[in-house]
Design a protein around this ligand. Sequence first.
Ligand code: FES
Length: 164
Amino acid sequence: MSMAKKNIANNPERTEGQITRRNLLVWLSSVGLFGSAVISIFSNLVFIKPRATYGQPNRFSIGKPDEFPSGTKLALDQQRVCVVRDGDKLCAISTTCTHLGCIVAPSDTGFACPCHGSRFDQDGNVTGGPAPKPLPWYKLTMAPNGELEIDKSTEVPAGTYFNV
Ligand code: FES
């Protein structure tokens, strides 16, 4: 009997054609390490990916002009804008108070802030309270599909109406 065959015969972990305990443990360790590496890489990629929400878009559609009959003064609280229609003239005025950012509400005389009592006239000019600036007006355009679009990233001078 050769020396190698004698060692296999004496050592139960070194039988020919069978998986030894050592090989099984090496294989299981390798699978475990590889699996944990994959999970680690995946979780790091998930962590790196930004999950920020950016709130409402600056440019959004509000519908067809017919949905805003003359005399409309509709506050869209989510978008923080008030759509005003007077005859054929339409405009979009911010409802974010220029004092500390509360949402102003339309009132008989214009707009009123519930937080610290600022008052604005129909055009958004300050008429009372601590607000330092008038309410901004936003660009209002018509999209190719005939719907009105407000672009909150573009302010226009007060009194700039969109004519329908
Ligand atoms: S936030 Fe409007 S008056 Fe202060």
